[in-house]
Ligand binder design. Sequence first.
Ligand code: F6R
Length: 265
Amino acid sequence: MEVIILPNQQKAAYLVAQILAKELRAQPQLVLGMATGRTMEPVYHLLVDLHQKTGLDFSQCSTFNLDEYIGIPAEHPCSYRHYMDELLFNQVNIPKAHTHLPNGMATDLAAECRRYEAAITGAGGIDLQLLGIGSDGHIGFNEPLSSLRSRTREKALTPATLEQNAPMFGGDPANVPRRAITMGVGTILDSRRCLMLVTGKSKASILAKAVEGPISAMVTASALQLHPHCQVIVDEDAALELQEIEYHRWVFANEPEWAEFQDLA
Ligand code: F6R
């Protein structure tokens, strides 16, 4: 795992968008794992900008989102399908049929979870998985005590997650759906590359636990320490509680992979 610290949220999001764009140019049929949430919004704005200004081509790639709420339809303004359509899919040249999210309205949710796993496998697996981190340490909706080998399944959301996501539902945690379908930790770990973006002071403590603490089902993001190619891009605010901050800075300044991005420092 590498942790890359950049001065602010804009630059951190910019680096994530640039990495994704570089992979897409190198491999037009890329299979992308997508995340939603407020952290990701600037990344999708930047990708739309790259599409409009540089012709970044999404026509051959396909996407699989991490998760979707159970019990709200795709047209609901707070569904993750709606989020993705509005922020990215409707604004770039990706065929809608290439975009996948779990169906939280399926009558047989367990069968839907199996179908989603099979669809990811059928696409050849995920090449690049984008991730955010929840205030309780979740990736996807893998709440504390999720098995670190879990696959796509239904999950009850924690009070911390209901609180975190309440602003999108009019500010009241009671309005947030109680359950979701989420890729499992094992599903996420199967992707070939993981890129987690973490910004803001409110994530400083959980970020330090996830990347420098012990691997634990209590903080499912800590399972990324087991991934052979995982990079965590953070801003200074999120980095506040990291112990190895000088080493993380050294990696960005010295590893050849990051040489082309030094103007972001
Ligand atoms: C969203 C997802 C979640 C979020 C996390 C952070 O698809 O899977 O794990 O990435 O809850 O959300 P924000 O960015 O809103 O703080």
